[in-house]
Design a protein around this ligand. Sequence first.
Ligand code: TYM
Length: 336
Amino acid sequence: MIDGKKVLLSGMQSTGIITLGNYLGALKNWVDLNDDESVQCFYAVMDLHSITVRQDPATLRKNGRTLYALYIAAGLDPEKNCLFFQSHVPAHAQLAWILNCYTYMGEMSRMTQFKDKSAKHADNINTGLFTYPVLMAADILLYQADMVPVGKDQLQHLEIARDIAGRFNGIYGDVFTIPEAYMGKSGAKIMSLQDPTKKMSKSDENPNGSILLLDDTDTIMRKFKRAITDSDGFIAYSEDKPGIKNLIDIYDAVTGNTPEQTVAEFDGKGYGDFKMAVGEAVASTLKPVQDEYARLIADKTYLDSMMKENAAKASYYANKTLRKVYKKVGFIELPR
Ligand code: TYM
């Protein structure tokens, strides 16, 4: 709790321009909480996590700044929410080291994301990739977060964070708040437009699979036109029609429809019409975010000042927890 408010923490990796999946599964839900006075929110650009896969330094810097500006452009007020870079708060790496010593190899090797990413980057299965969920646990536990809004793909990591916190508390007493998952209203898992059995991802090799938040309207329309569907030719919401189901999920997430309403709206229409409608709805949702982004990214002074202010704020809370942890495990306090 901070000033009687529940604490919420989340973040995204800065490995590329974020996708419509990140937006609908996470960012949009965060923005919906903007005016909720009962929560104090922390949202980080998770740049430490980003280097578990090799990054070009200049591109990583650019993507980090872009993501920070997109958080604000999407509607997160940096005066109300604490928006910061993970690498600006050293306590994340410090706590991660400690938590590594309370986490088992077996737990880490069960993680789906580790298995997927090590298969994809077989030439670079580094130990950072392996202990990635421990750093994520540190992110969450440092702020004593009560709630963590994430998409479905991150639930396994959150479960590990809860296990680590419970184990640590079991040894040292009540040090960490045990966080709960917070699922937003919509968009829990948006799938690739080219392979609806895979999640939409920033790092998809096929650029047509993902809508990126800064794609222009023509690109968005083209990608939706090419979206993989099936040969049935009718619109229905069913697990047997993953391509169409995904398009319905996307349409519903941006319009607020239920699947039944969408199926009724497009009754008797072909896939071509439906894809156009989804594309238009997405493009018009993203346009105001893109316009605001263009304005913000040009304002270096403002972005820099927000980064500085918020890093100091995040550090204050993070260091408070870290000091407590250092004391509990038996480190000697530096004599004054
Ligand atoms: P990342 O960067 O992969 O994704 C950021 C957020 O977007 C959600 N998401 C999706 N939601 C719906 N459909 C999709 N296709 C889709 N793709 C991504 C993710 O669930 C996530 O909420 N490890 C995290 C970043 C992280 C973090 C944390 C999150 C680091 N520390 C602490 C919460 C708390 C990650 O890689 O997310």
